[in-house]
Design a binder for this molecule. Structure first.
Ligand code: MN
Length: 348
């Protein structure tokens, strides 16, 4: 490949130009260029913003570097809240360390995966040896090795290519992680993806553990949240094809979405409206069948001038500071009160 002379550091090429150069390499050349960064006694820190794609990619990188460096540590600045992601971390045995516990000086090489330095302030305080990602290319930073492919659906597909070039057959757990990472980031291939993503997905398929995968995909709430289901089933109102329920105070609003989706499975239902209070906000989740109905418009109509509200035809969400709702009293607000808010907007 053509090498352009660089007067060290000061004239570092932009990430965009470096990504272009890396892109021109074959998979094997790219792997070699990447591995050339590392020495036997390196202690490598891999930074990620933990989600399925980044966790899978980091695990693949750990495998790629095993026996080539002294150690690899995967660190993340964010708290993992989604139950599916916690299940993935646990069931696929992904070793993670909170970034705030990491002592920078104990590492000799730094890699950023599925993200770029300015995506999050804690990530920006490192000088990276390598950045591997699939988000749109940002500027204002530099690394010795840059592999960014914005057309890829998942970074996991890129790492699957590295493993293949290195002739490494991923273990069942690693294959399952990569497969799930691709699945989530492409939303089952309904979002941005390339043919390369499809090829990786297909190649990984025969190696994955389907039971663990389905456990990860279906585990979306914890046993502590079952009480909200009990509450929802005991308190919902079903009137004229509409289900309303208010779940009271919550620590994690995700359960509202799960309860709302659950009620959409009821055959006779056209509208589902579920609310709960999280810190000082009333959060309302809207679901409908979309037939002559528009959840986004309804959310806008009822709550648009009280806070943020909107969404799509079949699903929408509103988040309203409770102080903006005149009739709201957190101690007494009930499912009946929720229904009342919709009285003049939902007829039929
Ligand atoms: Mn990703």
């Amino acid at each position: 490949m053509p090498h352009e002379k660089e007067s060290n550091g000061a004239q570092a090429a932009s990430p965009e130009r470096m990504a272009k150069q890396t892109r021109r390499l074959s998979n094997i050349e790219r792997l070699k260029t990447f591995l050339d960064l590392f020495k036997k006694d390196d202690k490598v820190l891999i930074n990620i913003v933990a989600d399925p794609d980044s966790m899978a990619s980091a695990l693949a990188l750990k495998r790629l570097l095993s026996r080539r460096v002294e150690s690899t540590t995967i660190a993340h600045p964010n708290k993992i809240k989604r139950v599916n992601n916690l299940a993935m971390q646990e069931l696929l045995k992904i070793p993670l360390v909170p970034l705030r516990q990491v002592k920078k000086e104990e590492f000799t090489k730094f890699v950023l995966i599925d993200s770029q330095p300015f995506h999050s302030p804690p990530l920006a305080s490192f000088e990276y040896d390598a950045v591997i990602d699939h988000h749109p290319i940002t500027d204002g930073w530099s690394a010795r090795f840059v592999d960014i492919r914005p057309d890829y659906g998942a970074t996991a597909s890129m790492l699957a290519e590295y493993l293949k070039a290195a002739k490494i057959n991923p273990s069942v757990l690693l294959a399952t992680a990569l497969f799930y990472g691709i699945k989530v980031d492409t939303q089952n291939f309904t979002k941005k993806a390339t043919y390369a993503d499809v090829l990786c997905f297909q190649a990984l398929f025969k190696r994955i553990n389907h039971y663990r995968l389905s456990k990860i995909e279906t585990a979306d709430f914890t046993r502590y949240e079952l009480k909200h289901f009990k509450n929802a089933l005991a308190n919902f109102i079903f009137r004229k094809k509409k289900i309303f329920v208010h779940l009271g105070r919550l620590t994690n609003p995700d359960i509202l979405v799960i309860v709302a989706d659950f009620f959409t499975h009821v055959h006779e239902v056209g509208w589902v409206i579920v609310s709960g209070q999280c810190s000082e906000k009333l959060i309302i989740i809207f679901r409908c069948d979309g037939y002559k109905k528009d959840a986004g418009k309804l959310a806008q109509k009822v709550f648009g001038d009280m806070g943020s509200a909107g969404g799509h035809r079949q699903s929408a969400r509103a988040e309203i500071p409770v102080k903006n709702i005149a009739e709201y009293d957190p101690e007494t607000f009930s499912t009946q009160d929720l229904e009342r808010l919709f009285k003049k907007h939902l007829k039929e």
